[in-house]
Design a binder for this molecule. Structure first.
Ligand code: DNO
Length: 396
């Protein structure tokens, strides 16, 4: 498995030499400065590629994360052909520059969502957390979303009210900022009225309609990806459940089967994000086994769930998913690919998020994208990978 590391570009607090020190060889990045829906030109792609190569650290750009899908495509709004064509052109340009694995998501409006970005752990480390009470407080009492009350568990709602009544303006502002911070790079952030306005655009869009829009997108772009030898890899919803009434359709095995079956092509694949899928009622190892052939990229991290829907990001080898089993599935799939003569048999993975540990605490990295915490996660997964490969005689 190729060891990769997400880098947000030259402005990232975490620098290329840190990635080298952590032991990754592949860089996962995106042109975050280019607005959604606009073509990534060859010049811009080459510039980023050169920034990575010119550091002379033996690193290369191996995966795009993300090539964002414009909101109008998800909404199925207006004449989409120009947006599809821009997406296709970005695929062609990336392929021309030798970058052939592209991660993207199909989550309406919000990307990954947490309520607390600095949950304290014993000893002073910090982690990301989704607290069901605070999420409900935001939904029902701050956003005042119509009909929201009925969608929350009564016990959670009662605790949400207690939280809200005791919350200061600063607490509420922090909650809003935390919920909005899932979109590093080219992103929109909203205040409460702004969020209400974008949610209104989705009013009446059912999961089935969103699915239809998704299939239309796949039909428009996958043939181009096939021609260029590019593998698209959809990232699951995080968390894998509807948020603020927005449908989410990449949340479980059934969803994934629908997507992969709706266009059967190696170019229509999956990013196996263990943390996102693991935050729902999913058998992550089972999902990896079932869809192994179509996994083009893996995000390896773990979460620990509470019965009320809250969860926290846990140690990479801790949490609810058996990471040793998961790595074994991926290594076994690599062996199959290698034996089948596939040239790109190695699956790129990244440790995904990490804790804030030691010097990470308080440093201006993107939430979840710390240096030491991720270095630790990568090192642990590397250890598992090396040991499993050796014991089971699998190509690493
Ligand atoms: C969170 C990430 C996601 C992911 C996008 C892919 O840290 O895993 O933001 O990059 O959803 O499009």
């Amino acid at each position: 498995m190729e060891q990769t590391w997400r880098w947000f570009g030259p402005d990232d607090y975490v620098k290329l030499p840190h990635i080298r020190q952590a032991g990754a060889t592949g860089v996962v990045t995106a042109l975050h400065h280019i607005p959604y829906g606009v073509v990534w030109s060859v010049e811009e792609i080459e510039k980023r590629k050169a920034e990575i190569a010119d550091a002379g650290l033996g690193l290369s750009w191996s995966v795009v994360e993300s090539l964002p899908v414009a909101e109008a495509i998800k909404l199925g709004e207006g004449d989409l052909e120009p947006l599809y064509e821009n997406y296709r052109q970005s695929i062609r340009n990336l392929a021309a520059c030798g970058i052939k694995t592209i991660c993207y998501n199909f989550m309406p409006v919000l990307d990954w969502t947490r309520t607390d970005l600095t949950a304290e752990m014993p000893g002073g480390g910090r982690t990301l957390r989704f607290n069901a009470d605070q999420y409900a407080a935001f939904d029902v009492y701050m956003l005042e979303r119509e009909g929201a009350e009925a969608l929350h568990d009564p016990e959670v709602l009662a605790r949400a009210k207690v939280w809200f009544d005791a919350a200061s303006e600063a607490d509420k502002d922090r909650l809003l900022a935390n919920i909005m911070s899932g979109l590093p790079g080219a992103f929109d952030r909203y205040d409460v009225p702004g969020l209400r306005a974008v949610l209104a655009r989705y009013h009446g869009i059912t999961p089935d309609q969103l699915r239809e829009n998704y299939v239309a997108f796949l039909k428009a772009v996958i043939p181009t990806a096939e021609e260029c030898g590019v593998r698209l890899a959809v990232h699951p919803d995080d968390p894998p459940r509807p948020l603020f009434g927005l449908p989410r359709i990449v949340s479980n095995a059934k969803d994934i089967a629908f997507i992969l079956d709706s266009y059967r092509s190696d170019s229509n694949g999956l990013t196996l994000c263990a943390g996102s899928l693991g935050a729902g009622r999913n058998d992550v190892v089972g999902i990896a086994e079932r869809f192994a052939k179509r996994i083009h990229f893996a995000h390896l991290r773990n979460v620990k769930k509470d019965p009320d829907g809250s969860f926290m990001e846990a140690e990479h080898l801790g949490g609810d998913t058996d990471m040793v089993k998961l790595v074994t599935v991926l290594l076994t799939e690599q062996k199959r690919r290698k034996e089948a003569g596939q040239e790109a048999w190695r699956i790129p993975f990244r440790p995904d998020h990490g804790f804030e540990l030691l010097g990470d605490v308080g440093a201006p990295a993107h939430p979840g994208y710390s240096t030491i915490g991720r270095l630790k996660g990568l090192a642990e997964i590397r250890g598992v990978m090396t040991a499993v490969a050796e014991i089971r005689d699998l190509p690493v």
